[in-house]
Design a protein around this ligand. Sequence first.
Ligand code: APR
Length: 162
Amino acid sequence: MVLGDITEEDVDAVVTAANESLLGGGGVDGAIHRAAGPSLARAGAAVAPCLPGDAVATPAFDLGPRIRHVIHTVGPVWEGGGHGEAEVLASCYRRGLAVADEIGAGSVAFPAIATGVYGFPPEQAARIAVATIRATATGVERVRLVAFDAETHDLLAAALRD
Ligand code: APR
């Protein structure tokens, strides 16, 4: 778990918190698309739509010298908790690891999916991220949970201690 900018991670695959169009947006998706360049949106459009809870890989283009893939996943929009949001978020982490296995990524970095624009409560999201990653059989050797702010960092640290 680390506090920082996911576009600076040195991993095989970086996960972005996308929307179904995979054309990019704000937040972490915006940062990753800006760093990767316009080819990322073109590659995303070619495999879109990506439904909430699903994940799909594209090349990472200019994202970083050693980052080979972007795994696009779409989190749930928080609607109060009674619409299966928790299960959709868990699915983002499960499918993210499954796609990492499919592309042979040995290391993967995840942002705090759905906790920004999509409004998912960050404490519950941190617990879901840690529990789901721990419960998912995968060939990935290194998973980095990247917090962009101190609150998320502390919530992830607490979830990891559970
Ligand atoms: N590195 C790591 N984490 C980041 C970065 C970054 N450079 N920029 C933002 N974040 C964090 C946010 O602080 C938040 O904790 O990513 C987390 C997810 O927030 P969002 O990026 O808003 O993602 P989400 O809530 O899933 O909303 C997705 O927003 O950007 C659009 O296209 C995207 O429509 C989609 C929606």
